[in-house]
Design a protein around this ligand. Structure first.
Ligand SMILES: O=C(O)CCC(=O)C(=O)O
Length: 330
């Protein structure tokens, strides 16, 4: 089975050439159906703006987060284990690896429907303006992908089906750094999970990899696929649980994790284009089908209820979560 992560050139979606548009939509459909994650290029997000965001994340980490992170109990435990002090051997290994911890330092900025950037007074006004423009472009990209997915799935609400269901969407960004880790054998950068929401757009580090996705490779076999650092201003995309539910399983949210590494700090900037808290999500009817959509998925439910349940079960089995949500909320 092909292990090259798809790269989709999105210029074909809006350049007025009907053949290119249908080929690009077909590639998007294959990537969503067979992978659940893919790279996009010529995506309409300004490269210089992406660089400004990355440089903000690096300096914010150096100035605000790094010292505190390395002073944490987790960092002290791992440094002790790496130094191999006798009292830290074995028991400290278990101590660290048994804990529900991740070797990351992150903060979450909400943009829509209301911004919480005021909670981060250390982000200067000029950077806030950069972030606003950047997020505007990321939302346009997410909407373009949502339109393509709605069309490809033939959803009854037409090209705006996903967008209308999410409205007003929740948009937020997780700014994360995975600092250099002295004992990456003892801890994950981020434990394996699927994402709760809709469409996730990731700026990846230019140098340090670590993100891995689980992909079926044949009958009952699966393999972790390393994503690697970004190339040429590409953006990494994956679909969340709500897209899986709405598509009735045609598209799947895929389990992913981040490996900690000794190499050096790794940046990731994940923008989440999700349904609003009161949006009602359910398997969506298809234009071509008379029958009711698949009943093995939960829905209709309020996304806010799903999210609350997800927060306590993020690192647990997705199928069990879907069943529990079906029982609890419909
Ligand atoms: O750091 C990454 O590349 C992925 C982060 C992620 O999966 C998450 O925050 O949910």
């Amino acid at each position: 089975m092909d292990m090259e992560i798809p790269v989709i050139d999105l210029s074909g979606l809006g350049n007025g050439d009907a053949t290119e548009r249908s080929q690009t939509l077909a590639r998007l459909h294959e990537a969503c159906k067979d992978w659940g994650f893919f790279w996009v290029e010529n995506h309409g997000v300004d490269g210089a703006l992406m660089e400004e965001v990355k440089s903000f994340v690096h300096s914010h980490y150096e100035e605000q987060l790094k010292d505190e992170f390395y002073a944490s109990d987790l960092a002290k435990d791992l440094h002790a284990a790496a130094a191999g002090r006798p009292e830290d051997q074995d028991s400290s290994n278990k101590h660290v690896s048994d804990q529900a911890v991740d070797w990351e330092t992150a903060y979450f900025v909400r943009h829509h429907p209301n911004s919480n950037v005021a909670d981060f007074p250390e982000i200067p006004p000029a950077t806030r303006e950069v972030l606003d423009v950047y997020i505007g472009q990321m939302v346009s990209l997410a909407e373009q992908l949502a339109e393509g997915m709605s069309l490809n799935l033939g959803l009854k609400g037409g090209p705006n089906h996903i967008r209308d269901t999410f409205a007003p969407p929740f948009v937020g960004t997780k700014f994360a750094m995975y600092p250099a880790c002295p004992r990456p054998d003892l801890v994950w950068g981020l434990r394996a999970h699927t994402d709760a929401g809709g469409i996730i757009l990731l700026l990846q580090d230019d140098v340090v990899g670590g993100l891995e996705f689980l992909r079926p490779t044949g009958a009952r076999r699966e393999e972790w696929v390393p994503v690697g650092p970004t190339k040429g201003g590409r953006i990494f995309v994956n679909v969340g649980d709500q897209v899986e539910v709405m598509s009735g399983g045609a598209y799947r949210s895929v389990l992913h994790r981040v490996a900690a590494g000794t190499e050096g700090r790794r940046l990731s900037v994940a923008t989440f284009y999700n349904p609003g808290a009161d949006a009602v999500v359910a398997p969506a009817a298809r234009e071509a089908e008379e029958k009711e959509p698949c009943c093995c998925y939960p829905g209709p439910y309020r996304f806010g209820d799903y999210l609350q349940y997800y927060q306590g079960t993020k690192f647990e089995d997705k199928a069990a979560r879907f069943q529990a949500v079906k029982k609890l909320f419909g």
